[in-house]
Design a protein around this ligand. Structure first.
Ligand SMILES: Cc1cc2nc3c(=O)[nH]c(=O)nc-3n(C[C@H](O)[C@H](O)[C@H](O)COP(=O)(O)O)c2cc1C
Length: 386
C-alpha cells in the first residue's frame, strides 16, 4: 500500500511544537548547538521575524483547477519546493539523524544535502538515498583531498555539489563556547551530566557509537585525540573560498554546481560568471555575522538575477506560509535546517517523515488558499516585503 505522504502526527502540527519536544529529549549542549546563532543572535531572530512581514494576496474568484506543488530543479521534478539544508555533526544532536533524514527525503522526493562534517559518510548516504543526495563541500586545503572527495561524489552519483562560501572565519557563538562545543566537541563534566538526564539520547548514542566525521575519517590519523582533531579541521579546510578555487572545481565537476551563502550582488554576479548553476541565498542560519541582514531581505535584493541562475534560499523558514513567502519573493526553491533536526530530535525515526509531511501539508493549504495552481503562480500574490 502506498504510504500517505501528507500524514503527520496531529500532536505536533507546527515546527514550534517539534522544537519544544526536542528540547526535552536531547542534552542541553546538543540543543544549544542546534539552536544557537552568533553573538547576540540578532540575525538569527531577524531570519524568522522578517518573514512575518511578507504578506500575500489571494484571488478567490479565479478559475481554479487544483494544486500542483511539484517543482522542477536541475532536471529533476521534486514533490515540493523544499529541501533539507546541510547540518554538521548531525549525529550529536540525534543519533543516526543524517540517515533518518536522507531516507525521509527519498520517500518524499525532496532534496537532502549532506554536510562535509556530518556524521554519515558520502557512501552510506548514497546507499540509503539510492544516489539521490546533494553534497555540501567545505573547501579542502589539499588538492588530493579535494580530488578524492569529488571522485567519491562522482562514483556514488551525487546529484548536486554545493560549495559553501560563507565561513571565512568561525562564527563567534556564545552558546557553543560555553558548552565547550567549539570544534571539536569536548565532553566536560557538565555535558556528561546533561547527557545523563536524557537517557534515551544517551542509550541510543552508546548503541550507535560516538559521532565522528564519517566522510573525513579516511584522511585522518586514527589516533587523533580531540585537540588534534581541531587542528586537523583547521589544517584540512581553507576557510576562505575565492574565484580561482571555485573555477577549479567548476572545471572538474561535471554535475550541477551551487554556491551556498551568497548574499551580495557582487558574489551572485561572480557565481554567474563562474558558470555555477545555482546559489543558496543564506546567512548560515544566523551563525556567522550578527550584523547581517535576514535571508529573505537578501533574496529580495538578489531576485533580479533569477533569469540567469537558479536562486534558492534558507534561513528562518518555519512553516508552509514561509515557503510560500519565499517563492513569492522570487526564490525557485527553499531549504530549511533546524526544523528537520527538531523533528528528528523530537520523534526519532519518524521525525523526518513527520516534518516533511507537515511542511508539505501546510504549503499545500497555502497554495489552495491563495488560489495558486503552480508554484510559480505564487509570484503574483506578493503584497508587501520587509
Ligand atoms: C547546528 C547547525 C550546523 C550547521 N552546519 C552546517 C554545515 O556543516 N554546512 C553548511 O553548509 N551549513 C551548515 N549549517 C547552516 C544550514 O545549512 C542552514 O544554512 C541553516 O540552518 C538555515 O537556517 P534555518 O536553520 O533557520 O533553516 C548549520 C546550521 C546549524 C543550525
Amino acid at each position: 500500500m502506498k504510504q500517505d505522504l501528507m500524514q503527520y502526527h496531529t500532536q505536533y502540527p507546527s515546527i514550534t511544537d517539534l522544537k519544544r519536544k526536542a528540547k526535552k529529549r536531547i542534552p542541553k549542549f546538543a540543543f544549544d548547538y542546534l539552536e544557537g546563532g552568533c553573538n547576540e543572535e540578532i540575525n538569527l531572530f531577524k531570519n524568522e521575524s522578517d518573514f512575518h512581514q511578507v504578506t500575500l494576496m489571494p484571488q478567490y474568484l479565479k478559475k481554479y483547477q487544483g494544486v500542483d506543488m511539484s517543482t522542477e530543479l536541475f532536471g529533476h521534478r521534486y514533490d515540493a519546493p523544499v529541501g533539507i539544508s546541510p547540518i554538521g555533526l548531525q549525529g550529536l544532536i540525534w543519533p543516526n539523524a543524517p540517515e533518518i533524514l536522507a531516507k525521509a527525503a527519498l520517500t518524499h522526493n525532496i532534496p537532502f544535502i549532506l554536510s562535509t562534517v556530518s556524521t554519515s559518510s558520502i557512501e552510506r548516504i548514497a546507499t540509503v538515498s539510492e544516489g539521490k543526495f546533494w553534497f555540501q563541500l567545505y573547501h579542502p586545503a589539499e588538492k588530493e583531498v579535494l580530488d578524492d572527495i569529488l571522485n567519491r561524489l562522482q562514483a556514488t552519483g551525487c546529484q548536486v555539489l554545493v560549495v559553501l562560501v560563507d565561513v571565512p572565519s568561525f562564527g563567534f557563538r556564545y552558546r557553543e563556547i560555553k558548552a565547550g562545543l567549539s570544534m571539536p566537541p569536548k565532553m566536560n563534566l557538565n555535558n556528561v551530566f546533561q547527557a545523563a538526564i536524557r537517557p534515551e539520547w544517551s542509550i541510543r548514542t552508546l548503541k550507535h557509537g560516538i559521532p565522528a566525521f564519517a566522510t573525513l575519517q579516511k584522511y585522518m590519523d586514527k589516533s587523533l585525540n580531540m585537540a588534534q582533531l581541531g587542528q586537523f579541521m583547521n589544517a584540512t579546510f581553507d576557510k576562505r573560498v575565492d574565484m580561482d578555487k571555485i573555477a577549479a572545481i567548476r572545471n572538474k565537476w561535471k554535475g550541477k554546481l551551487v554556491l551556498k551563502g551568497i548574499v551580495s550582488e557582487q558574489d551572485i554576479q561572480k557565481a554567474i560568471e563562474l558558470g555555477a548553476d545555482g546559489v543558496i541565498v543564506s546567512n548560515h542560519g544566523g551563525r556567522q555575522i550578527d550584523a547581517g541582514e535576514s535571508s529573505i531581505k537578501s533574496l529580495i535584493r538578489l531576485k533580479q538575477y533569477g533569469e540567469k541562475i537558479k536562486i534558492m534560499i534558507d534561513g528562518g523558514i518555519r512553516s508552509g506560509p514561509d515557503i510560500g513567502r519565499s517563492l513569492a519573493c522570487g526564490a525557485d526553491f527553499t531549504f530549511a535546517g533546524r526544523p528537520f533536526m527538531y523533528g528528528v530530535s523530537a520523534l526519532g525515526n519518524e521525525g523526518g517523515n513527520h516534518t516533511i509531511a507537515l511542511l508539505k501539508s501546510q504549503f499545500k493549504q497555502v497554495m489552495e488558499q491563495l488560489c495558486c495552481e503552480k508554484v510559480t503562480d505564487l509570484r503574483e500574490t506578493l503584497i508587501s516585503v520587509p
